[in-house]
Write a protein that binds this ligand. Structure first.
Ligand SMILES: NC(=O)c1ccc[n+]([C@@H]2O[C@H](COP(=O)([O-])OP(=O)(O)OC[C@H]3O[C@@H](n4cnc5c(N)ncnc54)[C@H](O)[C@@H]3O)[C@@H](O)[C@H]2O)c1
Ligand SMILES: [Fe+2]
Length: 388
């Protein structure tokens, strides 16, 4: 990879990561080390009632467990986050522990904003508007994943606008991320596949973003390598702790990549169909990714050639353009291999909806980081139509 003489960047992410099977058992002592004693666990009702994950967290927290907010919803709304913050305030929480997928981690980020700054979560929308460190937050992902445990962003749905919006701030990095592969072995195949493709989208979009830099590129490239190697194994053998663990690491690295380099058009489309039609974030990213790569291959072939190599494709003798095409083909093949056959029409999207989706994607906060400007909604409609 080559960089210009005027290269200039900031690279930031969660400063402490703990990895290992059963590392969740160190949650209590980690909280102690941070001088905290009243933690609220932020999770969803499925994980709280149908799995042993909340019980495991409670056990290690012991007397430091101040309560659980189990009202996290997929693609959290502003109202659900405000409700969680009110609960945490009512029990005088001095720390938040998110336990779940991106929805739980983002909910805890939003709750921390409200606990520290007051008001409602949407009062703080936008980038770099927060003024001080937030209520401490330990993130424990149970999907691999959004990488939100490493990022400075939270995504929140505003039902009034029917759109997802963002808060971005260095203060949103969790204080600690605990990556424990025993927590993801129970993730069903479809969600394993979809969340894995979210991570791959972060890495590939991070690699061709206009904000990419040597450090985000290193994270992105290694994440692509690990995902291509280990994601199929997580589907074939769900309790393979090596594959599960490498996917958690890949997801965290992809999070570091895109938190710094940002995502782009693929995520703009995924956010929109997530908000409008309830399509799971990773599933949507998986639907679009190969065609997004082809769409940008005229300006990002060199970067996509690196993605091809990371995925184990031999590129010797190929031009960058040929290698880029192979990378997109490989992504398309991977999506099928892991059983993601969804199309937009499966979720009630029809030809008549495409113009509105495209218009909304044009206003999504991520689209400006695309490697070439997307000027016309028709360009997006063309991509959407391919997976209708
Ligand atoms: N802040 C960021 O940097 C960032 C990045 C990407 C995505 N996101 C956001 O993350 C959200 C999506 O997160 P997600 O894809 O992790 O899904 P999710 O958190 O919405 O969870 C999806 C489902 O999986 C279940 N689940 C989670 N872990 C499980 C486990 N171990 N076993 C069984 N079931 C489990 C949950 O109960 C839920 O029903 C979206 O709102 C998206 O916008 C945020
Ligand atoms: Fe994502």
């Amino acid at each position: 990879m080559s960089y210009d003489a005027d290269l200039n960047f900031v690279f930031a992410h969660t400063h402490k990561v703990m990895y290992g099977a059963n590392t969740i058992n160190d949650l209590g002592s980690a909280l102690n080390e941070m001088g905290l004693s009243k933690a609220v666990v932020v999770t969803d009702s499925f994980l709280a009632e149908k799995t042993d994950l909340l019980e495991r967290a409670k056990k290690t927290l012991g007397p430091r467990f101040a309560g659980a907010f189990t009202g996290v919803i997929p693609d959290p709304t502003a109202a659900s986050i405000d409700e969680g913050a009110a609960y945490a305030k009512s029990v005088n929480a001095d720390a938040l522990v998110s336990l779940g997928g991106g929805s739980a981690i983002d909910s805890a980020k939003g709750m921390a904003v409200v606990l520290t700054e007051g008001g409602k979560v949407l009062d703080h929308e936008g980038y770099h508007a927060l003024a001080r460190p937030l209520t401490p937050h330990i993130a424990i992902p149970t999907t691999a994943g959004t990488g939100s445990e490493m990022t400075m962003v939270l995504v929140v749905k505003d039902p009034e606008r029917g759109q997802k919006t963002f808060i971005g701030s260095y203060f949103l990095h969790p204080n600690l991320a605990i990556l424990d592969p025993t927590l993801t072995v129970g993730l069903p195949a479809k969600l394993t596949a979809a969340t894995g493709m979210d991570a791959l989208s972060h890495a590939i979009e991070g690699l061709f973003s206009t904000l990419g830099n040597p450090m985000s590129d290193a994270c992105a490239t290694e994440a692509i390598r690990l995902i291509a190697k280990y994601l199929p194994g997580c589907i074939e053998k769900p309790d393979d702790l090596v594959a599960r663990g490498q996917m958690l690491i890949a997801s965290a690295m992809a999070g570091s990549a895109f938190s710094n380099a940002m995502a782009s058009l693929n995520h703009a489309m995924a956010h929109t169909v997530g908000a409008k039609f309830g399509i799971h974030h990773g599933t949507a990213n998986a639907m679009f990714l190969a065609n997004t790569m082809r769409f940008f291959s005229d300006v990002s072939a060199d970067r996509l050639a690196i993605a091809a190599q990371a995925m184990g494709i031999s590129t010797s003798g190929l031009s960058d353009a040929q290698a880029a095409e192979k990378a997109a083909d490989r992504v398309e093949q991977l999506v099928k291999e892991i059983g993601l056959t969804d199309r937009l029409s499966d979720y009630g999207v029809s030809e008549e909806n495409l113009a509105e989706i495209a218009d909304m994607a044009m206003t999504d906060g991520t689209i400006i980081y695309s490697p070439k400007p997307v000027f016309e909604p028709e360009e997006i409609i063309g991509l959407l139509r391919k997976v209708l």
